[in-house]
Structure formats: structure tokens, C-alpha cells
Design a protein around this ligand. Structure first.
Ligand code: PRP
Ligand code: URA
Length: 212
């Protein structure tokens, strides 16, 4: 698995405000979207393209356009929804599938409560969005669903990642048989005993949408 930390001062600046507990929900939502757009630039570095003939007002030339089938974007509900707008702004022709997952806060095991994905993902590049990679359980389950349906290139995009979650992804997806990449805004220190990322930003879903 390839891991790419998007090391850019603008990303670090926006992440600092996102982490700050004084940041209110409207500002948190705006920052999550903006961060996703910045991370999308890195995450789509290997998006599939094909040659495209055009004529400028001056001359004929060959450019490129996104290949078919178009990429699929999969936000993991709830918190991944906060990144969707920032991603489709850069990839407006992509399709969107949804996975709803909730981590059991005692066992840390993810439970899938919604699944709205195309049945056949053969030949598809897929971008999975979730702001938090903590134990990695949710992300690994999400990627396994996509692999079962035939996805042949998967990029996970997170705002923050814990070292424990990265190790879990590396071990669990070692035999995925297709390229798996993680693009993240930061690798934080560790998980605490409650499974929260330290220093992290708290509960991403609650900060985006309110406490449930
Ligand atoms: C959070 C987060 C990830 C998951 C990360 O979601 O958005 O999906 O926890 O934890 P893990 O790496 O240990 O699996 P949560 O389950 O709190 O649901 P929510 O998005 O509805 O708030
Ligand atoms: N889920 C979150 O929202 N935050 C964490 O720190 C860990 C899991």
C-alpha cells in the first residue's frame, strides 16, 4: 500500500483550525470541504485519462480527458459526507456511491447500516472518503466491499490518520491484488484508550453534524 502525506503549509494551516475545539460547525464544514479539495489534487494524480483531440483558435492539438468508466467516489457516512462536495468540485463527472458505517464505541468494530454501490465495479478507480482513519476497521471493511465488487484501483482519502490505522490497512490489504493508496493530511501520534486519534480533532461526525 502506498501512503502519501500531503505536506503543504495551507493544508497544515487549515487542519490546525479544524482541530481547534473552538471552531464551530459551519466553519468546520467549510474547512473539511476546502481540505478535501486540496487533498483531491494529490489523490487524483494518477486518475486515468486518454488523449483528446481539440482545435484551439490557433492550431490543432492533443490534450487529455478523463477516461471511461468515470471514477467512483464513495463517502463513508456520516462524516465522509463532509468531504464529498470538496471532491466532486474537482471531479464533477464522477459517480457517487454510499456506504453507511458506524463504529461500535466499545468494541471499535464497524457496523455497516447502508450500502448503495453499483454491483459491478470492474475497471473502476474508486476514491473512498472518510475524515478519520483511527483503528482502520471502517476503512478496511469499506475497501473490502469495493474489492468484492471488482474495483481495480482504490484511493482512500482521510484528513487525519493514526499509525495504528495505517498498520491495520497495510496488514489487511496486503493481498488485495490491486493498487491501494492512502492520501492523508496528517499522520497523528496515536490512538487513546477510547480509540480517538491524538491529538486528532474529536468526533468528526459530531463536529460536522451535531451529537447523535
Ligand atoms: C468515525 C469516522 C470513521 C470511523 C473511524 O465514524 O468517520 O468512519 O469513525 O474509526 P475506525 O478507523 O476506528 O473504524 P463513526 O463511526 O463515529 O460514525 P459517524 O461518521 O456517523 O459519526
Ligand atoms: N472517529 C472520530 O470521529 N474521531 C476519532 O478520533 C476516531 C474515530
Amino acid at each position: 500500500m502506498r501512503v502519501h502525506v500531503a505536506d503543504h503549509p495551507l493544508i497544515a494551516h487549515k487542519l490546525t483550525y479544524l482541530r481547534d475545539k473552538r471552531t464551530d460547525s459551519p466553519t468546520f464544514r467549510r474547512l473539511a470541504e476546502e481540505l478535501m479539495t486540496l487533498l483531491a489534487y494529490e489523490a487524483t494524480r494518477e486518475v486515468r485519462v486518454e488523449p483528446f483531440e481539440i482545435e484551439t483558435p490557433v492550431a490543432a492539438t492533443t490534450g487529455i480527458k478523463l477516461s471511461n468508466p468515470k471514477p467512483l467516489i464513495v463517502p463513508i457516512l456520516r462524516a465522509g459526507l463532509g468531504m464529498l462536495e470538496g471532491m466532486v468540485r474537482l471531479l464533477p463527472s464522477a459517480e457517487v456511491g454510499f456506504l453507511g458505517m458506524q463504529r461500535d464505541e466499545e468494541t471499535f468494530q464497524p457496523v455497516t447500516y447502508a450500502n448503495r454501490l453499483p454491483d459491478d465495479l470492474s475497471g473502476r478507480q474508486v476514491y473512498v472518503l472518510d475524515p478519520m482513519l483511527a483503528t482502520g476497521g471502517s476503512m478496511v471493511d469499506a475497501i473490502n466491499y469495493l474489492l468484492e465488487r471488482g474495483a481495480d484501483d482504490i484511493t482512500a482519502v482521510t484528513l487525519l490518520a493514526a499509525p495504528e490505522g495505517i498498520s491495520h490497512m497495510e496488514k489487511s490489504l496486503a493481498d488485495a491484488g490491486v493498487p491501494v493508496t492512502l492520501v492523508t493530511g496528517s499522520i497523528d501520534q496515536q490512538l487513546n484508550e477510547l480509540g480517538y486519534i491524538v491529538p486528532g480533532l474529536g468526533d468528526a461526525g459530531d463536529r460536522l453534524y451535531g451529537v447523535v
